[in-house]
Design a protein around this ligand. Sequence first.
Ligand SMILES: *Cc1c(COP(=O)(O)O)cnc(C)c1O
Ligand SMILES: [Zn+2]
Length: 424
Amino acid sequence: MNFAKNLKCKECGRVYPLDPVHVCEFCFGPLEVFYDYETLGRVLTRERIEAGPPTMWRYADLLPCRRETAVDIGTGFTPLIRANNLGRLLGLNNLFIKNDCQNPTWSFKDRVVSVAASVAREFEFDTLACASTGNLANSVSAHAARAGMKACVFIPGDLEQGKVIGSAVYNPTLVAVEGGYDDVNRLCSELGDKYPWAFVNINVRPYYAEGSKTLGYEVCEQLGWRAPDHCIAPMASGSLYTKIYKGIKELTWLGLVDWRATRMSGAQALGCSPIYEAWARGSFTIRPQKPQTIAKSLAIGNPADGYYALKVLEQTNGAAAAVTDDEVIEGIKLLAETEGIFAETAGGVVISGLRRLVQEGRVDPEEVVVAFITGAGLKTQEAVSPALAPALTIRPTIDSFEEALGERQRSPASAPIAVGGERR
Ligand SMILES: *Cc1c(COP(=O)(O)O)cnc(C)c1O
Ligand SMILES: [Zn+2]
C-alpha cells in the first residue's frame, strides 16, 4: 500500500491498521488515512508526478492503493480553465473553473470511487455498494463493471432520470428507496452490518474520501505548482470540501508548492444548508435538516463531515453561501452562457454561491479563485429545462425561418447575457 501507513482517529489520534474499518472503537470518531510523510518528502518530486499518466493516478503515491492494481477507468486530470468571461461578469480578475464534468461517469465521484473500488478489491470484497444521491451510484456501478465485481447501489426514490439511467446501464442491482438520502444512508449502515460488502462511503469511507484530494493536487499542478488563493466547492456531506484542502496542505508539507494560506469557501442550496446554517450561527453544531431542493446531489440533511467542514471554514477564513433554487438555475445558465460548460445543479450552486460571496465583499478581485464544478448537466436536465428557450420550430423554408427568428428576437429572454450581468 505504498506510503499509506495507518488509519488514525480524527478525534483521539488512536492508530489502526489499514483495514476496512471507519470508526474509532474508543471514541467513535471517524478514521482517516495517514501517510509516511517523511519518506514521501524525500521520494516525491514534481518530476515524478509529471512523468505519470494524465489521470488521477499520477498522484498514486499520495493515495492508499497501488497504481498497478487500481481500478482505473481514466479518471481525473480534468481541465482547469481560465474563466475570463465569467470572471469579468463577476468582477474577478483571476477566476478558474475546475471542470470535473469531464470524468468517465461525468462527476467528481469517479475520484473517490476509483480509490474505494481499488482498496475493496485489495481487501477481497466481491461486491461494491453505496448510499448515493445519484452520482455515486453511477460511478460505483461503472467501477464494479470494470473491476468484475458485483454492484448493489441504493438511491433515493425521486432521482433525476439521467442519474437513474446513468447507473442502470452498467447493470448493477439498483435499489430505489422510498425516502431521502438520509434514509438511504441509515439503511445502508444497517445493511453493512449484515452483508460482507464494501459500502464505498460507509465501511471503506476513509479510503474513499482520499480520492477527493486529487482535485487539490491537480489544481496546484495546473496553476504551475502554485496553490490557489481561494477555492469554492459544493458541500453535501462536506467530505469533498475538506479533502481538497487536505490535498493542498499535503503538497505544501511535501515542499511541492509554497504555502499561500488558501481560503476555502463552500456552497450549499438553501433548501439543504445545514453546514451554512451552523456557520452563519457561528456554531460547530450541525442541526440536521429535511432537504427540499432541486440540487439533489447535495441533498444531505445530516452531513457526516459537517463538523470538519466548519473547522476548515474557520481555519482558512473561508465563507459559506446558500442559494435558492432559482439561483441554482441562474448559476447553471450563467456558466453555460459565459464559458460553454453545462454543469449539473451542484455547479449552479457553486457559481451562484460565488456570485453571492463576491457581492458580500468576501472575495478579493485579484485573488486566484478556483470554482469546482463537480458534475455534468445532462444528468439533471429536469432542473433547467423549464428555464430554457425552446427550439424554433419551422417548416423547411427560408420564410418560415425568418418569421420564427423575428418573433424570437422580439422576446427579451433570448438575448445573451452581457458583461455586467444584464441581458442585452
Ligand atoms: C456528491 C457530490 C458532491 C459533494 O459531496 P460531499 O458529500 O460533500 O463529498 C458535490 N457535487 C456533486 C456533483 C456530487 O455528486
Ligand atoms: Zn478515537
